[in-house]
Design a protein around this ligand. Structure first.
Ligand SMILES: NC(=O)c1ccc[n+]([C@@H]2O[C@H](COP(=O)([O-])OP(=O)(O)OC[C@H]3O[C@@H](n4cnc5c(N)ncnc54)[C@H](OP(=O)(O)O)[C@@H]3O)[C@@H](O)[C@H]2O)c1
Length: 226
């Protein structure tokens, strides 16, 4: 049976991943900050275990690792993410808020990858997936939203490096943009339904192989220039 760990699993894209993978019969380790309050997550049928994880808190990552021990993980999906702060002007630049975006969007996915690398190596599929954004593309940048954009460029760089560094361990790395999706982050006016985004992302994850590891693609398989 495939075991999948998902961060930010209580709402949005993360919750939809849980629903679709659970419906397929996978065993899902669904991580979120407050499992006790995650009613929608707890209502998902199947082999779903809600577990506490604040990705921005190394002690929380450590506690999860302690609880899971050496248990094999086939697919680790770094999905949790935050937007803002914006606008960024000289009078409004909030250093702590900016650093928090990097903490959650850039450093945390890499910390998760490092901490659960042995679990991934012990799994059958060995897939490390990060949900990034097209806004992390420097080549396609239209400016604005600087902290979020830069945090996603940074995680792209870290995951591209992991694909190179961990190829010898058989670990495959996916760096995927979900589209502009109807979630709390994307807003109700976004063009892509969360079900369609996750369907596409799951197809990208399923076809991830040694040749495509480390590439930057969207949910519909468009290759995004760095
Ligand atoms: N929606 C889009 O259009 C879009 C486009 C490009 C990329 N993305 C990326 O897709 C991913 C999912 O986005 P979404 O649209 O589903 O956003 P969302 O609806 O705002 O959900 C974000 C999720 O991340 C979790 N989270 C935030 N900070 C966390 C932390 N410190 N520890 C653990 N979980 C944390 C949230 O948990 P809480 O409920 O506890 O806050 C929530 O489950 C993000 O990485 C985002 O950057 C989204």
């Amino acid at each position: 049976m495939t075991t999948i760990l998902i961060t930010g699993a209580n709402r949005g894209i993360g919750l939809e991943f849980v629903k679709q993978y659970a419906a397929d019969g996978a065993e899902v380790i669904a991580c979120c900050r407050e499992p006790a309050k995650a009613d929608e997550l707890k209502a998902v049928k199947g082999k779903v275990r809600a577990m506490a994880l604040d990705v921005g808190d190394p002690a929380s990552v450590e506690a999860l690792k302690k609880e899971l021990g050496d248990r094999p993980i086939d697919i680790l999906i770094n999905n949790a993410g935050i937007g803002g702060p914006h606008p960024v002007t000289p009078g409004t630049l909030d250093m702590e808020a900016w650093l928090n975006v990097f903490r959650v969007n850039s450093v945390a996915p890499f910390l998760m990858a490092l901490r659960f690398k042995a679990n991934l190596k012990a799994g059958q599929k060995k897939k490390l997936v990060t949900i990034t954004s097209v806004l992390g593309s420097i080549a396609e940048s239209g400016g604005g939203n600087q902290p979020y954009r830069a945090s996603k460029s940074a995680v792209n760089s870290l995951m591209h490096g992991a694909a190179k560094d961990w190829a010898k361990d058989g670990i495959l790395v996916g760096i995927f943009h979900p589209g502009w999706v109807q979630t709390d982050m994307g807003g109700s006016g976004a063009p892509v339904k969360v079900e369609d985004s996750v369907k596409g992302l799951r197809a990208r994850i399923a076809e991830l192989n040694a040749a495509s590891s480390g590439s930057y693609r969207d949910y519909s398989n468009r290759a995004i220039p760095w």
